[in-house]
Design a protein around this ligand. Structure first.
Ligand code: HEM
Length: 505
C-alpha cells in the first residue's frame, strides 16, 4: 500500500531518523549547556557522599578523635588541598591550603562572611562581633581590638588577672586530687567575669561565673536542637557512639534538653543591664573597671548592643583560653625537657615578684621577659588546635585560581590541617616549643582581637601553676577530643603537690 508518494517501508525509516535527530539535538544541547556551566562553575574536585548528610558523620568522627584533620587529609590525598564535599546539608569547599586560607581571611566581609546557624546567632546576640556582618562587624571588631590592646592590658588587666588566678589556686590544698580541666574552666570564666563586667566581689563573681558557664555549655550543644538538619542527625549518631566511652567530668557533654538557654541569656542580660544602670547613676564611683564600663565611657552603643557585645566576647574568649591553659599543662607533662626550661624561666621571675598592696605580683616587664613561655603558648595553639576550622559562606560567585565557588557555598579553612602538616612543620605531631624561636615561624595572622589578652592570661596562669605546684601525678590516661569542643576526655585528673609556703618567695 502507498501513502502519498512514498512506499510504506520508507515511513519507519524517516520516523526513526527524525527521532534520532531530535535525541541527538537534545543531547548536544545538554552537552553544550553542561560545558558552559562547567566552564562557569568549575568546583574544586570532590564528592557528594551520602544523600542529605553528605560526609557529616565522617567529619564528626574525625573531629571527635585526637587527630581532627584525618577526614581532610584523606580527601586531600584524593582530590588536592582544596576540595568540595557536602557538610551539614550544604555544599562545602574545604581547604588545607595556607594560601587559600589567607585569601579567605583577607577577603572577610568582601567575598566571604561568617556562617553560624541562626539559633546560635539568636543566643549569643545578633549585634555582637562574632555574629554581625559587613560594616557593623568592622566597627565592633575595632571596638573589641581597642578594648584589648596592649596598653589597656598593661593598665587594666595585669594585676586583676593575677588576683583571680591566685584566688582559685589558694583554695587548692596539698595532695588534692583535681580535674585540671574544671580548674581551667573556673579560672577562665572568673577572668571573663572580672574583665568583661568589672566584677571583683567573690560571691558576685561566683554567681555570674555559674550563669556564664551554664550558658556557654548550652551554646555548645545547640546544633543538637536543630530538628531536620543534617547536622542534627550526624550529632545524634555520633552521640550514641561516643557518649558511654567519653563521659568526662567537664560539663561539656551535658546535653540536657530541658536546659533553658534563653533563660540563662535573659539572666545575663539583666545582670549586664543592672551594671549599666549602676554605672550611669554613679559614673565616677570607680566601681568596676571592666570592658563594659569602658565601653559605656568611650563608645556610644545602644544598651542592647552593649549586652550582645559582652556576650559575644564571653563566648569567643572563654573556652578557647581555658582549653589552651589545660593543653599547655598536658603537653608539658609529656615533654620534661620543655617543662624544665619553662620552670627555669618562671622560677627566675618568681624571685623578682613585687609587692602590690600586700600581694606579690609580676610586673609588665616580667611578663615581657618570658620568651620561652610564649613559645610554649604558640606550640600549644598549633598542636592543640583550639580553633580547628573557620566557618564562612561565599557572599557571591567567587573565582579562585582554576576553581569557582558558588554563592552561598559553605567555605571551611581547616586550620589544623595546616598546623599538623609535616611539610609545613617538621615533626608536626610532636610538642616542640623551640620551633617558635626561629623568626620566620613567628609571623601569624592576627584576626582575633582577644589574642594578646589570651596570651597574658595563659602566661600568668602557667607562671602561678608551675611555681605553686611542684609536680603533679597524673591519675588517669587521657587523650584529646575536639567534639563538641576541644577537651581532654578524662578531664586530666591529677594529684597536686603544693610547694610549701616557706619555699615560696
Ligand atoms: C587562646 C585563646 C583564643 C584563641 C585560640 C582564639 C582564636 C580565635 C579565632 C581562630 C578567631 C577567628 C574566628 C573566625 O574568624 O571565625 C577568633 C576570633 C575572635 N576572638 Fe579569639 N581566641 C582566643 C581568645 C580570645 C579572647 C580572650 C577574646 C576576648 C575576650 C577573644 C575574642 C575574639 C573575638 C571577639 C573574635 C571575633 C573577631 C571578629 O570576628 O571580628 N578571643 N579568636
Amino acid at each position: 500500500m502507498k501513502i502519498g508518494a512514498f512506499d510504506h517501508h520508507v515511513w519507519p525509516i524517516i520516523c526513526s531518523t527524525l527521532l534520532l535527530m531530535v535525541f541527538l539535538a537534545k543531547f548536544l544541547r545538554k552537552k553544550v549547556k553542561k560545558n558552559v556551566k562547567n566552564r562557569k562553575f568549575q568546583l574544586p574536585p570532590g564528592r557528594r557522599g551520602w544523600p542529605i548528610i553528605g560526609d557529616s558523620i565522617k567529619w564528626y568522627n574525625a573531629v571527635a578523635s585526637s587527630h581532627p584533620p584525618q577526614f581532610v587529609e584523606e580527601q586531600v590525598q584524593r582530590y588536592g588541598k582544596i576540595f568540595s564535599c557536602y557538610l551539614f546539608g550544604k555544599r562545602a569547599v574545604v581547604s588545607a591550603d595556607p594560601k587559600f586560607n589567607r585569601f579567605v581571611m583577607q577577603n572577610e566581609g568582601k567575598l566571604f562572611q561568617s556562617s553560624y546557624p541562626k539559633s546560635f546567632r539568636d543566643l549569643v546576640g545578633k549585634n555582637g562581633v562574632i555574629t554581625a556582618q559587613g560594616e557593623q562587624q568592622k566597627k565592633l571588631h575595632s571596638i573589641a581590638s581597642n578594648m584589648m590592646r596592649l596598653e589597656k592590658l598593661k593598665f587594666h588587666f595585669l594585676q586583676d588577672i593575677q588576683r583571680v588566678i591566685n584566688q582559685t589556686f589558694n583554695n587548692l590544698h596539698d595532695n588534692q586530687v583535681i580535674c585540671l580541666q574544671d580548674i581551667c574552666r573556673k579560672v577562665a570564666i572568673n577572668l571573663m567575669v572580672n574583665q568583661l563586667l568589672g566584677v571583683s566581689n567573690d560571691s558576685e563573681v561566683n554567681e555570674m561565673a555559674q550563669l556564664f558557664s551554664d550558658f556557654v555549655d548550652g551554646c555548645l550543644s545547640i546544633p543538637i536542637n536543630l530538628p531536620g538538619f543534617a547536622y542534627h542527625i550526624a550529632m545524634k549518631v555520633q552521640f550514641k557512639s561516643c557518649l558511654p566511652l567519653e563521659k568526662d567530668s567537664s560539663k561539656a557533654l551535658v546535653f540536657d534538653a530541658s536546659f533553658n538557654l534563653k533563660q540563662a541569656r535573659e539572666s545575663i542580660i539583666s545582670k549586664i543591664n543592672k551594671t549599666i544602670e549602676t554605672h550611669r547613676q554613679q559614673p565616677s564611683s570607680g566601681v568596676g573597671n571592666g570592658v563594659l564600663q569602658r565601653i559605656l565611657e568611650e563608645e556610644s552603643l545602644p544598651d542592647d548592643a552593649v549586652a550582645d557585645f559582652i556576650i559575644n566576647l564571653l563566648f569567643a574568649g572563654n573556652e578557647t583560653t581555658a582549653k589552651t591553659m589545660l593543653f599547655a599543662v598536658y603537653f608539658l607533662s609529656q615533654c620534661p625537657m620543655a617543662m624544665r626550661q619553662l620552670l627555669v624561666e618562671q622560677e627566675r621571675l618568681k624571685t623578682a615578684r613585687n609587692n602590690f598592696g600586700g600581694e606579690m605580683m609580676l610586673t609588665w616587664q616580667d611578663y615581657k621577659a618570658m620568651p620561652f613561655t610564649q613559645c610554649v603558648i604558640d606550640e600549644t595553639l598549633r598542636l592543640g588546635g583550639i580553633a580547628i576550622w573557620l566557618m564562612r559562606e561565599a557572599k557571591e560567585d567567587i573565582r579562585y585560581q582554576d576553581y569557582d565557588i558558588p554563592k552561598r557555598c559553605f567555605v571551611v579553612p581547616f586550620l589544623s590541617a595546616v598546623h599538623l602538616n609535616e611539610t609545613v612543620y617538621e615533626e608536626a605531631l610532636n610538642f616542640k616549643p623551640w620551633r617558635w624561636m626561629i623568626p620566620e615561624n613567628q609571623a601569624s595572622a592576627r584576626f582575633c582581637p582577644g589574642a594578646e589578652l589570651a596570651r597574658l592570661q595563659i602566661a600568668l596562669f602557667l607562671h602561678y601553676f608551675i611555681t605553686t605546684f611542684r609536680l603533679w601525678n597524673q591519675l588517669k590516661e587521657d587523650r584529646m577530643s575536639f567534639f563538641p569542643s576541644a577537651r581532654l576526655v578524662n578531664g586530666f585528673q591529677i594529684q597536686l603537690r603544693r610547694i610549701p609556703d616557706d619555699d615560696r618567695k
